[in-house]
Design a protein around this ligand. Structure first.
Ligand SMILES: Cc1ncc(COP(=O)(O)O)c(C=O)c1O
Length: 278
């Protein structure tokens, strides 16, 4: 592996944790993946917001100095990816959480390469996946460890031309890509799947929804079915590292990169997602 990377575990340089850590034994923890541009962790406040909110829901004490540590580790990195992994820490061999958990705090930085320009200018090919996302109101929205559903979905194809796969929930609604949130435009109206039952409440999804009114758009969160997909004029994908990727092909259907997607990409450039410039 030629990747430059550095890791801190609980505030000190290192890259190993206990085999009794509940993050490993039960996937009992959370993570954040953050784009680093010119020494800055992009939308760090939004990532920390989601982390704190999820910690509250899971009753994991969230260290308050975590954003300072991220800023410290990314200083000087021009283009990279930072990662926070926060687990409930070491526990006995029982599902019952420790009464006073000491969370394990892992922060890392990896140097990255920007995605090729063509994916923004010409759009990406996507496919529909067989692997589904489980419905679970208790856990919906959080960026939890244990992403086996996405691993199963991503192992369905090897064709490097296909950049993403769309996933449905067990009851057939379109929820997300394997590593992205998804948006649809029909007759000029912007929508994205409702995530109250499953899916990850993406940081870039939040940014797009906040920027939409600047393009005189009102983004609605709705149930989206396969039929809505077929009727969409534009589809695009979002995550913290890519910004927006327009979809130019979904399975056999070809799609134009439409005006709404382009306008939103321009708005993202204005808030610091420079790679969306086309
Ligand atoms: C399943 C899934 N949904 C959505 C997202 C997008 O989240 P964010 O915008 O916070 O990167 C990701 C990111 O990795 C993901 O894996």
């Amino acid at each position: 592996v030629n990747e430059f990377s550095k890791w801190w575990v609980n505030g000190a340089p290192g890259d190993s944790i206990s085999i009794r850590d509940r993050g490993l034994t039960y996937g009992d923890g959370l993570f954040e993946t953050i784009a680093v541009r010119d020494g800055n962790p992009r939308f760090l406040d939004y990532h920390i917001d989601r982390l704190f909110d999820s910690c509250k829901r899971l009753d994991i004490p969230c260290p308050t100095d975590i954003s300072d540590q991220v800023r410290e580790i990314v200083a000087g990195c021009t283009f990279g990816t930072a990662k926070i992994i926060l687990t409930r820490g070491i526990g006995a061999r029982t599902y019952a959480p420790p009464e006073k958990p000491t969370p394990t705090r892992i922060i890392g930085l990896t140097k990255a390469q920007p995605p090729p320009r063509a994916v923004y200018a010409a759009g990406v090919k996507a496919r529909s996946c067989q692997a589904t996302v489980s419905i679970n109101h208790t856990l919906a929205g959080m960026k939890l460890l244990g992403r086996l559903e996405q691993v199963m979905a991503r192992s369905e194809w090897k064709d490097a031309q296909i950049r993403e796969g769309l996933m449905r929930s067990d009851d057939g609604r379109i929820i997300c890509g394997t590593m992205t949130n998804v948006f649809f435009v029909s007759n000029g109206n912007l929508s994205t799947p409702d995530l109250s039952r499953c899916g990850i409440n993406g940081v870039m999804r939040r940014v797009v929804m906040e920027q939409a009114p600047k393009c005189s758009l009102d983004c609605v969160e709705v149930d989206i079915h396969a039929k809505d997909l077929r009727e969409a004029d534009e589809i695009f994908l979002t995550n913290s590292l890519i910004g927006i990727w327009p979809v130019s092909q979904l399975d056999e259907a070809e799609l134009a990169i439409g005006p709404v997607t382009r306008r939103l990409m321009t708005e993202l450039v204005n808030v610091g997602v420079a790679e969306c410039a086309i």
